[in-house]
Design a protein around this ligand. Structure first.
Ligand SMILES: [Zn+2]
Ligand SMILES: [Zn+2]
Length: 344
């Protein structure tokens, strides 16, 4: 039987390459061959923290791929189509899916409805008709990839905050998602965009993607309050998933403003919010990556028509077979790494 070299979880904190049989697609599924994949901060959570996903779990949920075979009922795709699958999939029939929130599908059980195996040569896309989209010829793989997760997540954080033209925004942490939030805030018409980041390469990238200024985490709260006449920003986005950044975001949000939380808090059974006058009459919103075929289409249009270019986020390129080394690099945050392009 043909095999797919795939990166899997070996034990908590450790990944490795293994050979998996290439599956045949069942009803509704598409079998795809990976063209470009990458590692996400969520992968580190899966490898380190989530006991429900045991050793042997195939990793990866962000990829651009090519359709190899389609199961019964998949009519919208042909062999050879270049596609991007959603990182979280929906059934299309439950109440949440019918409202367009496929990512919180009641039937497939969010957030365990994650795509698995995209850090392999081949993988299956469940319910492909509604969870996958063709990539327009105008977009190369690098330009299309972020539609599946971090771009959609970031745009979702800005949409959930109802950001208006001219709003002042502070984005706490400029990892891959935070950088996409900075770009999304700029594209959506924000006035002042303040990025908060201590790693020089990430601070530089934040400027490149549209931040007006970048502040170090230790000075950020005081400086943002100074800059805004001690009123605070209209929207503060937390994009790290740490107590300290959530707290800082709450402290710099103006009365009536929005704290938009997009970090993954899986390491924290609880989080605290400051109550010293800074958490009265603010709106706190959270976002889980909006997904589905139409969401993918819209994200790719944003890129295709030049509103954002996220390809600079690919700071490194490696072979898919070297995924374990890529995990080490990604985890270390060394060498200016933001996203690593993995190709078979
Ligand atoms: Zn991801
Ligand atoms: Zn559903």
């Amino acid at each position: 039987m043909a095999i797919s070299r795939t990166c899997i979880k070996l034990e908590p904190g450790k990944v490795g390459m293994t050979s998996l049989d290439i599956p045949s697609p069942g009803p509704g599924q598409a079998l795809v061959r990976t063209r470009l994949s990458t590692i996400c901060g969520s992968d580190l959570h899966i490898v380190d923290d989530i006991p429900a996903l045991p050793a042997g779990t195939p990793l990866g949920h962000e990829a651009v791929a090519e359709v190899v075979d389609a199961g019964e009922g998949v009519t919208g795709f042909r062999q050879g189509d270049r596609v991007v699958p959603s990182c979280l999939f929906g059934c299309g029939l439950c109440a949440r899916c019918l409202e367009g929130d496929l990512q919180i599908c009641e039937r497939f059980g969010a957030p365990m409805n994650l795509l698995f195996g995209a850090q392999g040569e081949y993988f299956l896309v469940p319910n492909a008709e509604i969870n996958m989209a063709k990539v327009p010829d105008a977009l190369d793989d690098e330009a299309a990839l972020f539609a599946t997760d971090i771009m959609s997540t970031a745009c979702g954080a800005i949409e959930a905050a109802n950001l208006r033209y001219g709003d002042r925004v502070a984005v706490f942490a400029q990892g891959p998602v935070g950088l996409c939030v900075t770009a999304a805030a700029r594209a959506r018409g924000a006035g002042l965009v303040i990025a908060v980041e201590g790693i020089p390469a990430r601070a530089a990238m934040a400027k490149r993607l549209g931040a007006d200024l970048v502040l170090a985490p230790e000075e950020a709260v005081e400086k943002i309050l100074d800059l805004t006449g001690h009123k605070g920003v209209d929207v503060a986005v937390e994009a790290l998933g740490k107590q300290s950044t959530l707290e800082s975001a709450a402290r710099v949000t103006r009365l009536g403003g929005v704290i938009s939380s997009v970090g993954v808090y899986s390491l924290h059974p609880t989080v605290d919010l400051p109550t010293d006058g800074s958490f009265i009459h603010r709106r706190l919103v959270t976002t889980l990556c909006p997904t589905g075929a139409d969401r993918l289409r819209r994200m790719m249009d944003v890129v295709r028509y030049g509103k954002v270019d996220l390809t600079p986020l690919f700071t490194h390129s490696m072979k898919l077979a070297a995924a374990p080394e890529a995990y080490d690099l990604f985890r270390s945050r060394r060498d200016g790494v933001i996203k690593i392009a993995l190709r078979p």
